[in-house]
Every structure is written in structure tokens, then in C-alpha cells.
Design a protein around this ligand. Structure first.
Ligand SMILES: [Ca+2]
Length: 414
């Protein structure tokens, strides 16, 4: 449950924080594997309690403001304290960047070009090129004002990051509008990405999009090595999360320790990649030999005997998901024969085997054959026949009547 204070206590507590400037800034490392180290820190604000030693957690701190104005004052104080605290780090690490969170709900027509952050950075001698502004886009109420704010700061050298992308109601349509320099993928998509196929595919799609539009992708909330390894496989280079380092005070910041973590991650990645390559090679070899076996059994067979033959083959190997035959126009001329030894746990209505006469002429496995290839293997995808992850091998063969057909075999990809 969220901690809650009465209205009066909240007000008193906030007043004290604002008058004493009682905000402590913690820094969490943002790393680049390629650069082999920390290239930025995210500033995270904590309130300092009256006792002077304990810290007020962010969810409680940001629940204190009772009005828009109070929220703006607190937000500004947090930014000021962040830049002031960051100065000591820049003396030792001049190329280090600082990421500062801005609550998009306080960006309105009055604050959009108020220069507040720009003024503090000038006052403290921090170059605007070293500052990343993190915006949680879903909190913005007015897109035009948000765009005005973003273009003002971008024109003045600041970098723009969209925060928590993929969480809650974050709108993907804001990406083309704001053209962020960095997209921070929310922890909800990164957590367990090593075991959840759908998360991997979503992050892969975001990464592909980002590469095309020239935006950097950063994976947030990495807590396990395996999550980082999968992200690296997708091509992500920048990370943040407890696996690399927790938020700490500036004097406790340990650059060396983060570097050691990256070093050991790189070693694991090489091993992980080699293992993946060898597994993929083994699976491809196994799939090829199954395809050859099925093709040889059906080649030179009378077309009237297809059904009986395929039915007898389909259960011979657990890697086979289903088998079906197309004519040269891509029209299915047999039923889809499912391997009945594989238990299909969930048969929802969208997963159903394609019936006879289905048109496959636009499918990924059909077109390359028509373009001249003898066989074609697809990338892994979720089968609409079974709902499982599979690959399709399509190959030409000739039947007893001398007619060329296309044999399609869906094979389990685990
Ligand atoms: Ca953030």
C-alpha cells in the first residue's frame, strides 16, 4: 500500500523540505557495454526527513504536493539539487551525462519555455550537452506544449529521452512527434525477457524501429544477467538497473565495480552467443533431415495416397508440428495434419490449422520458392495452427503423376 499522510501533515512536511532544500540526489549508473563503462547517471530524488538521517522514498515524497504549484516547486527543487550534486562528479568525469526526470504533467504553456533547467545548468557550469531530459510521455496532457518544451531544450543542446516506454498507457504515437534521442524501455518489458518470447519480440521490434529512426534504445530495470544477455542479442547496448548498480550518493559511486560487471557480462555474452549458435546449427541440421525424410516419402507418390501417407509420417518425430501440401499457386491441396503426440494445451479460436483450399500465396515460405529457391526455411514465428513457436520448411517435390507440389512442414522451435 502507498504510504499516505494527512493533508495538513503533507503540507507541513513539504513546506519544511522546500524551505530547507531538504532533497538528496542519488545517482544510478547508465552504462554502455561497447564503451565499457558508465556514460550517464540518472538523478533520483529522495526527501530528507526531519531527523536528518532517514530518507523519504519517492512515492511518498511526490505524494506531498497538494496543488500544481506545489508540485512545480518540488520538481524544480529536485532538478536544482540534482544539477548541484552532479557538479562534483563532472570534475572527475567531464564527459559524464546526467539524466533528469521531468514530470510532464507540470509542462504547461507557462513552464514550457520558462528556461528553469537551462538557467540552473548555466549557473552551475554544466554544459547542456551533458544533460538528458527524461519525460514520461503518458503524463503529458497537452501534446503541443510538450513538443514546444522539447524543441526549446533540444535547440539548446539538451538530449531528450522518453521514459518508461512500454509501461501503462505510454503512447507510441508520441515517438514520431517528439523524435527522442533516447527511448528508455520500461522494466515491465525487460523483466524476464530471457524467458518470455513475446517480450523479446516487442523489444526487438522497438529496437529495429529505433535503429531506423536513429534513436538510442536503453533497457531499464535490468536485474539479472540473463535479461542483459537477451537484450544484447537483440542489439541493445545501453542499460540501467540493479544488475549494474543501485542508486547511491555521488561520493559512493563506484565506476570500477560497474566496469567489472560489464567485463564479466561480455565474457558471458561470448559464451552465450557460441552456445546459441551451436544450438541453432544443431536444430537446423535436425530440421533439414526431417524435411528430407518427409520429402523422400512423399516424392513419386500418387496424389490420392497423400492423406494416408502424411498421416503416418506426422507423428514419427516430436519436432514435427504439422504437415500440409500446396500446389504451385500456393493453394493448400491437403488437410493440415497435426502431430497428435504433441499435447496442445490451449486451443483458442485463433489457433486453428488451415483447411484445404487455403491460400498461402502471400506467405513468407511460398514466395521465395516461386522466386526460384528449391527449399526455404522461415524465421521462428508463432504458428496459427498450434499457437506454438515454430519454423516452416517449404520444399518442392514431384508426385507420381509428374506434378510439382510444395511440401510444408512446421517444426517446433522450443
Ligand atoms: Ca526515469
Amino acid at each position: 500500500m502507498e504510504p499516505q499522510l494527512s493533508k495538513d501533515t503533507s503540507h507541513q512536511c513539504l513546506e519544511k523540505i522546500l524551505s530547507d532544500r531538504a532533497i538528496k540526489t542519488l545517482f544510478q549508473p547508465i552504462i554502455s557495454v561497447e564503451q565499457n563503462g558508465v556514460f550517464a547517471v540518472e538523478a533520483l530524488s529522495r526527501g530528507m526527513a526531519k531527523d536528518g538521517c532517514s530518507l523519504i522514498p519517492p512515492n511518498l515524497l511526490f505524494s506531498l504536493p497538494q496543488s500544481e504549484n506545489e508540485l512545480l516547486m518540488l520538481d524544480r527543487l529536485c532538478r536544482e539539487r540534482a544539477i548541484e550534486t552532479f557538479v562534483s562528479l563532472t570534475h572527475v568525469h567531464p564527459s559524464l551525462l546526467i539524466a533528469i526526470n521531468i514530470d510532464a504533467s507540470i509542462i504547461n504553456s507557462a513552464t514550457a519555455t520558462s528556461n528553469h533547467l537551462f538557467e540552473i545548468s548555466k549557473r552551475e557550469g554544466v554544459n547542456s550537452n551533458n544533460i538528458i531530459i527524461e519525460i514520461i510521455e503518458s503524463r503529458a496532457t497537452d501534446t503541443d506544449v510538450l513538443m514546444e518544451f522539447v524543441s526549446y531544450y533540444r535547440d539548446n543542446g539538451f538530449l531528450i529521452a522518453l521514459d518508461d516506454v512500454g509501461a501503462g498507457h505510454s503512447n507510441l504515437d508520441r515517438i514520431p512527434l517528439l523524435k527522442p534521442d533516447i527511448i528508455k524501455i520500461d522494466r515491465s518489458l525487460i523483466s524476464d525477457i530471457d524467458s518470455v518470447f513475446h517480450k523479446r519480440e516487442i523489444v526487438k521490434a522497438l529496437k529495429q524501429m529505433a535503429s531506423k529512426v536513429g534513436t538510442m534504445i536503453l533497457a531499464e530495470g535490468v536485474e539479472k544477467k540473463d535479461e542483459a544477455l537477451v537484450c544484447m542479442e537483440i542489439g541493445i547496448d545501453c542499460f540501467q538497473g540493479f544488475y549494474f548498480g543501485r542508486p547511491v550518493e555521488s561520493q559512493e559511486f563506484d565506476f570500477k565495480m560497474v566496469q567489472n560487471t560489464i567485463g564479466s557480462l561480455k565474457t558471458c555474452f561470448k559464451k552465450h552467443k557460441m552456445q546459441k549458435i551451436s544450438e541453432a546449427t544443431k536444430r537446423a541440421r535436425q530440421h533439414r533431415s526431417i524435411a528430407e525424410m518427409v520429402t523422400s516419402q512423399i516424392t513419386n507418390l500418387e496424389s490420392s495416397k497423400y492423406d494416408e501417407k502424411i498421416q503416418s509420417i506426422v507423428n514419427t518425430d516430436p519436432a514435427i508440428e504439422c504437415v500440409y501440401v500446396l500446389n504451385l499457386d500456393g493453394i493448400q491441396i491437403t488437410d493440415t495434419f497435426l502431430n497428435t503426440t504433441n499435447s496442445i494445451q490451449q486451443k483458442r479460436f485463433i489457433y486453428k490449422p488451415a483447411p484445404k483450399n487455403s491460400d498461402h500465396s502471400l506467405k513468407e515460405y511460398y514466395l521465395p520458392l516461386r522466386a526460384g529457391l528449391h527449399t526455404f526455411t522461415t524465421e521462428p514465428y508463432i504458428s496459427m495452427a498450434t499457437g506454438k513457436r515454430c519454423t516452416t520448411i517449404a520444399a518442392f517435390y514431384q508426385n507420381r503423376e509428374g506434378v510439382k507440389n510444395i511440401l510444408c512442414i512446421d517444426l517446433d522451435c522450443g
